[in-house]
Design a protein around this ligand. Structure first.
Ligand SMILES: C[S@@+](CC[C@H](N)C(=O)[O-])C[C@H]1O[C@@H](n2cnc3c(N)ncnc32)[C@H](O)[C@@H]1O
Length: 207
């Protein structure tokens, strides 16, 4: 469990820390994945609400799931200013307080690195998605060769400072194990710092 002061510090510094990466192409990646979505969206680990400005008119409502109070507060303030139908709910992705088959889309951006239990979170995403629903993701992942060696060395220091973020996770394998069709996901180079540059973006489809 991340101590409260570290959660507050992470929340206060998150947007300034990401600002230059958003300008260098992260915002563009977000927009490309989110602008044409339709229906009821559940966003897990919504953080400070960085995705909210990117949802297009096809989205009927966004349920923004966020377990950290300080992050959720920022998302709530952003939602209030957005004019969209957004509800921020304090909960972990591993226990979504939502009915079965109630979502058209689940969105996860830079989140599967931080959730405590990836299979449980993906199981919950599957449960709340309607059959054929879409799991839209943008995640940093384990690299290869020297990048992976550097990620393994850094991870023990990085994790407590970055809100529990793991550098060496392999969400594509986890999504396939959870029964999603992952053929719509591609490898990307994220416009971010070296350890979080190897990435995945795209859409996995629920059975
Ligand atoms: C790196 S931030 C990403 C925030 C946002 N999705 C974005 O794209 O900017 C990771 C977020 O995941 C949240 N998180 C951590 N553990 C979680 C869990 N078990 N379930 C859902 N969200 C979690 C953190 O509180 C944090 O807001």
């Amino acid at each position: 469990m991340t101590p409260g002061w570290l959660q507050r510090l992470f929340a206060a510094t998150y947007d300034p820390m990401l600002a230059r990466y958003e300008r260098r192409g992260l915002a563009e990646l977000r927009r490309g994945l989110l602008a044409d979505l339709e229906g009821a969206v559940v966003e897990i680990g919504a953080g400070t609400g960085a995705n909210l400005v990117h949802y297009g008119p096809g989205v009927s409502r966004v349920t923004a799931i966020e377990p950290s109070g300080p992050m959720g507060e920022r998302a709530r303030r952003r939602a209030d200013g957005s004019g969209a139908s957004v509800e921020v709910v304090r909960a972990p992705a591993e226990r979504l307080p939502l009915p079965d088959a109630s979502a058209d889309v689940v969105v996860s951006t830079l989140v599967l690195c931080s959730v405590r239990d990836v299979p449980a979170a993906l199981g919950e995403a599957r449960r709340v998605l309607r059959p054929g629903g879409r799991f839209v993701l943008l995640e940093h992942v384990a690299g290869e060769g020297s990048t992976l060696r550097m990620q393994r060395l850094l991870e023990p220091v990085w994790k407590p400072l970055a809100g529990g973020c793991h550098l060496t996770r392999t969400p594509l394998t986890s999504l396939a194990a959870a029964g999603f069709d992952t053929s719509g996901i591609r490898a990307v180079r994220l416009p971010m710092a070296g350890p979080v540059r190897p990435g995945l973006a795209g859409v996995a489809v629920a059975p």
